[in-house]
Unconditional design. Structure first.
Length: 90
């Protein structure tokens, strides 16, 4: 079933996505959408983030650590949690 809703284009070329469409597509305030031209029609879909979007968003450890150091820190943290809970370490 195709649902069609009409909206108006403003002087700035903006349109309001009707609430029923936003709900149907799960689009919320601040989300981005992708518009695709297919023949004489335009398709709108939510833009989903990819892993590439998050690449290098978390700063590197300072100072940098070796894999052995990271493993040792993780093991110490796990042992401390286990001791706090009264569990045997793995």
């Amino acid at each position: 079933m195709t649902t069609e809703l009409v909206t108006v284009v403003t002087r700035k070329g903006q349109v309001t996505i009707p609430a029923a469409i936003r709900r149907s597509l799960g689009i919320k305030v601040g989300d981005t959408v992708t518009l695709a031209i297919e023949g004489d029609a335009v398709k709108l879909r939510p833009t989903r983030a990819s892993l590439r979007d998050f690449y290098q968003t978390v700063p590197a450890l300072t100072p940098s650590r070796t894999w052995a150091e990271i493993t040792a820190i993780a093991a110490e943290e796990q042992a401390a949690r286990a001791a706090a809970e009264g569990l045997e370490p793995r």
